[in-house]
Structure formats: structure tokens, C-alpha cells
Design a protein. Sequence first.
Length: 317
Amino acid sequence: MLLELKNIHFQYGETKALKGVKFSLKQGEKLGIIGASGSGKSTLLRIIAAKQVPNKGVIYYKGEDLSSLRNERVPGFEEIALMDQDFNISPDLNTDDNILRFARKLSPSAAKKYISRVHRAFHLQSFKDKKVRYLSGGQKQRLALACALVADAPLLVLDEPFSQLDYILKQELIAFVEEQARNKTLLIVGHEPSDLMAICDRMIAMKAGKVVQDSTVDEMYHYPKNEYVARLSGLCNVLSEAAQDVLNTGEAYVRPSHLVVEAGEEWQLERIYFYGYGRMGSFRSRQMGELLDVQLGNSFSYQRGLSYGLSIKKPQR
């Protein structure tokens, strides 16, 4: 096991940020952590990266207590590369010199090759000679991510790496991170679940300093543990018991993609709108008045005001 957390507690004054967090991470695993603001995600990453010390509990890295490893080099630990929300880049250096600070393990030719790659992939060319203090927040974020990736640490820890990026650039950098971290262990925090699910094979949901679900990406998306996780991890319908009876299901949490439109009279189409990568429809039950969001396929020529049937089709566990 590369990383193991046991009963981690941490508090700022009277505020308890982490309450008994425990999980483990295998070599090469990609783990995403989601949670509402204030759930303890960023604090947890800083503790894992040896930037802060827990009040209680133990973290093992490659079987050794991280507290003893931390004492060898304060702050931080070179085997773990952290990109946090403060970015940890030097304001008085330019883009390339900041990257070189983190590229100590690379030969001069390899570092030059990497800088050339990130100039293109991260669109750094236009400001590569500027000092960091004159960069925008999004530019600093791109640079901080490039620095973290070049550090060549076995464990890469990223805190909100895409939060200030536009959609096109974000998709490009997600693909770059996926390729660059292919042989690394990755722990990444974000507010947009689809960003993490594109990279990770496992997800943790946190609430008020606790882990409320730890599962594969598929399990969290299709079978969330509770309403909090369901809404946190993507657009979701929460079915009343009456709606479950009408749809003949025991599932309370149903994604729009789980619902199939068919011939019928129970559900009236009230609204058609675009969401993500396709059309969505809002259907209201004639019997209960309950409203469900449904991903629309190509089986029907949909019209507002007409009635349809709905059924549920979820992937098997």
C-alpha cells in the first residue's frame, strides 16, 4: 500500500475540520475527492503532503509513519508533490524559471523538452517571460499545475487544479494530466465531479470532515449512498416513494441517463433544454405532480405538452 490514513483528526481552534478520516491508496491508483465547501478536502491534502500535522491519527507512506519522514525535511516531503490553492510558485521568477525549480530530477535536456511541451499544452508562450506576480489567477494555476507534474514525485496531490480554467483549456489539461500521471499515483480534489471522473478510477465524498462514501467512479455515479452524495456527484432525480411505485423501482436516486422515454400517458413533457452534451426534458407526473429530468434520446419527436411513459434502466452493480 502506498498511502494509508488511520483515524485522522484536525481542527483550527474550535473548528473540527477532519473527524476520523481513514482510507488507503494503492500504487498507481487515481483517487478523486469531492465535497461541499468546508468539508475538509483541502486540509486533508495539506496533511497528506506533510504541510500540516494532524491532531490525532497516523498516515503511513510506503509502510512508514509520515510524521517521521516529515521531520527529515520541513515543510513537505519530496516523494509527494502538492499543488494547493496558494500555488506555491515564486512571484519574482518567470514561468520557465519556476518550472525549473521543480525539475531538479530531470537532466537539462529533459527539462528543456518538458518546458517546450507545457508551453504548447498549457498555452504558456504568451507570458513565459513575465514574472509570476503579474500573471492572472488562471495563468498562475496553469503554471502551478505544470510545476507539480514535472516534480516527478510518486504521489501527485492536486487541489482544485482546473477551477480557474475555461472549458476548452480545461479539457486539454485534463487529457494532459491523464497522460502525464499515467504511471503515478494521483489524489485530486475538485468541485466539478465530471472533471475528476474523467481522470480517476475511484472517488471519495466528504461531508463535515468525514468520508461518507468511498467507491469506484461507476458505483458513486450510478449507486450513490445517500442524497448528499447523489447531488454532489452530478445531476440527479431524488424519487419519492410514490414515484418509485409508479416507476416500479426501489431506487431513490436516478440520473437523467437512467430514465428511458417510451410510449405512455403518465408523464407530461413540460420543458426541453440543453445540458452538457445533449438535450434534456422535464417530465411531470399526471398522477403525483412530481417532476423528473430525463436525458432525451432519438426514439421520439419530442413535443412540449405531450405525454409519454418512463422506465428505469440502470447498469448492474
